[in-house]
Write a protein that binds this ligand. Structure first.
Ligand SMILES: C[C@@](CO)(OP(=O)(O)O)[C@H](O)COP(=O)(O)OP(=O)(O)OC[C@H]1O[C@@H](n2ccc(N)nc2=O)[C@H](O)[C@@H]1O
Ligand SMILES: Nc1ncnc2c1ncn2[C@@H]1O[C@H](COP(=O)(O)OP(=O)(O)O)[C@@H](O)[C@H]1O
Length: 288
């Protein structure tokens, strides 16, 4: 038996860091939404009970460090599953990019194995288990648009922004989420106005969303990689309505209502950044 589960990337429309917690994590408040740039997770039943993983690109671990492997192991233990699975990942989402590529692979593995192994569990249970793998996994289990709080696992689902185009620009370096959190200057962060962006989303006010985009992690990443700041300025100079770094970076994205403007930015940047994508926001939540 074989099935394929789509694993879309996320972007952060806002990302606020409210403080450091005793457990070493940071308290966050952020608006996340899924975009139509996705990995494809192929799940094939193994009768010998083993879990194996293989990736079509060399720079992602094809072993137990892979978050999809960890998702399968967690489900197998939790539900006492005798069967195994071979996981093959078609990797389209740039790695260490601030787009939750690993988290969404883990989330898609949870959804897919619920079907393949006929577990009959709920999406809420999968999200709860996903939090053991990573802070962004619960959001990726549901997809859609949500405000994430706590360390990222407490979700409030909200309507999606109005349809628009997203240009994703991934510069050649990778950013380690842990390192960027460690470099934050907590007393001098630029805090976005999350409530104002949520209001703009509810009112389908595209301009309001663009004006409110904000990411408290930008300065830390820009400090480490000044070229990411220059890239953001360059994207803005092409006439994008809203521009922001996603997550801990280094991917920078632009939101546009007009496809020809999105194409213009794509064409302008393609010459000197190899990973540029023009995609749509993905409105719908996942269902089991
Ligand atoms: C910054 C964000 C924003 O969406 O995304 P990415 O840039 O990774 O896509 C997330 O907070 C990333 O979440 P995720 O990548 O799942 O993080 P985890 O695996 O749980 O944690 C990796 C490390 O980041 C730090 N961490 C993570 C989340 C959090 N709220 N506070 C933290 O301090 C911790 O040092 C932790 O050891
Ligand atoms: N399935 C996976 N896809 C991508 N990265 C993975 C995966 N499993 C484990 N990783 C590891 O997770 C780290 C972060 O990757 P990723 O999730 O792409 O970044 P980000 O959290 O910035 O969005 C990388 O060091 C990578 O080796």
């Amino acid at each position: 038996m074989h099935l394929i589960e789509k694993a879309p990337a996320k972007i952060n429309l806002t990302l606020d860091v409210l403080g450091k917690r005793d457990d070493g994590y940071h308290e966050v408040e952020m608006i996340m939404t899924t975009v139509d740039l996705a990995d494809r997770i192929h799940l094939t039943l193994r009768d010998d009970g083993r879990i194996s993983v293989d990736v079509d690109k060399g720079f992602v671990p094809g072993n137990e460090q892979n978050l999809a492997y960890q998702a399968a192991k967690l489900l197998k233990t939790e539900f006492g599953v005798k069967a195994g699975v071979h996981i093959f990942i078609e990797k389209n989402i740039p790695v260490s990019a601030g787009l939750a590529g690993g988290s969404t692979d883990a989330a898609a593995t949870l959804r897919g194995l619920n079907r393949l192994w006929r577990l009959g569990t709920t999406i809420d249970k999968l999200a709860e288990l996903g939090a053991e793998i990573g802070s962004d996994v619960p959001f990726c289990v549901y997809g859609g648009t949500a405000i994430a709080r706590g360390r990222g696992e407490k979700l409030e689902h909200i309507p999606s922004p109005p349809p628009c185009w997203v240009v994703l620009v991934k510069p050649p370096m990778g950013a380690s989420t842990k390192d960027i959190y460690g470099k934050l200057d907590l007393d001098h962060l630029k805090h976005p106005d999350t409530a104002a962006v949520v209001k703009a989303i509810r009112e389908k006010n595209f301009r309001g969303i663009c004006e409110g985009l904000g990411n408290a992690m930008e300065d830390a990443t820009f400090g480490l990689y000044p070229e990411v700041k220059s890239l953001k300025e360059r994207v803005r100079s092409f006439g994008a309505e809203g521009v922001l770094m996603s997550g801990s970076g280094p991917t920078v994205y632009a939101l546009l209502q007009n496809q020809s403007r999105a194409d213009r930015i794509y064409n302008g940047l393609k010459g000197f950044v190899s990973q540029v994508f023009v995609v749509r926001l993905l409105g719908a939540k996942h269902h089991l």
